[in-house]
Design a protein around this ligand. Sequence first.
Ligand code: UD1
Ligand code: UDP
Length: 366
Amino acid sequence: MTGEIAVLVGTRPEIIKLAPVVHACEKTGIPCSIIHTGQHYSETLDAVFFEQLELPEPAYNLEVGSGPHGEQTGKMLIGIERILRQENPEVLLVQGDTNSVLAGALAASKLEVELGHVEAGLRSFDRQMPEETNRILADHVAEYLFAPSQQSKDHLLAEGIDSDRISVTGNTIVDALEQYRSVAQQQSTILEELDLTANRYFLMTAHRQENVEDTKRLGSILEGVAATAADYNLPVVYPVHPHTQQQISEFEISVPDRIRLIKPCEYLDFLRLEAEAKLILTDSGGVQEEACILGVPCVTLRNSTERPETLAVGANELAEPQPESLAESIDRMIAKSGDWENPFGDGQASKRIVQTVVSQPLQVEP
Ligand code: UD1
Ligand code: UDP
């Protein structure tokens, strides 16, 4: 691995958002290897994305699996440090705000491995979220901070991070969407399989700890969404994260009939479901971005977002899960035409990232 870029992944969104970076390395002949922490391991959250996004097998998989935050992060830290000492890559790239990111950031910062943080500078300003801690700590030990927008760069500057270390690249999710959006439209048959009509259903995802680990809140989200979808006489399709499925069973919540729980989707199926939905309800970071880029109105089932760009362009609203506030947000969002601007860049983020870390010119559009 010497002289190479090591790319760390652990969860579904990291695989999706770092795939364009791996592909940019492949296209330009830059040596690059994947280290997988194994934070996600279920086939539907992991292997299907390697296959569909045509990624090479990870050089290492730590198979850390699930567990309490400290235990999970600690196991990753031990494993990543061992690999970095053994392989001595030039740079370790991490993406986002998961426990895998925190472990990778800590391991690299104690060794002579430069750390690049993709999606740097996002802030929800909600310290209750484990992701907020992870992203702040990663930003403060990174040599290269790849901010998706000027607003994220401004957050970093306000925290005293040196401007020379920050590049505004756009978000690699735009690169991924450019590559897979039309393929999804042509190849996915998910609407037909689920007997759905374009623009005649809501798409929902929710998996955040703060939403699914409290029985009252999870029950209230499901009831609230079902009640408002009933007003529109539309079904809700919900590809459910295994954590949420587990909590629904444990809390013995009876899911309203209007909500169709399905297993987590492959990327192309999920993109098609997003693109054709009348409205998206989510607590996911990546889904808020994709909805905004695809021009589909989004209601976020949270009190805060680290993607304020989506609020600023009018693509997204935050809502409490109670039927009344949800209904108000949904009514407002559905009335929108979806022609807001994309605040996440031009689809060249992955090339900019690779170019910055190898400090050699690659073909990047201005
Ligand atoms: C993690 C990230 C979150 C990210 C999400 C992407 C942290 C703190 N959280 O949340 O920021 O939005 O990934 O989806 O890093 N499980 C499985 N199969 C798996 C993985 C998990 O069944 O492959 C179940 C286990 O019961 C596990 C639970 O999901 O206990 C939670 O998994 P974990 O990796 O801790 O967090 P996520 O909710 O997936
Ligand atoms: N996604 C998917 N299948 C699904 C749900 C989500 O492919 O059933 C994709 C989605 O397109 C987005 C990413 O997973 O790119 C978001 O991941 P997630 O919501 O798990 O994490 P977050 O972005 O909140 O960290």
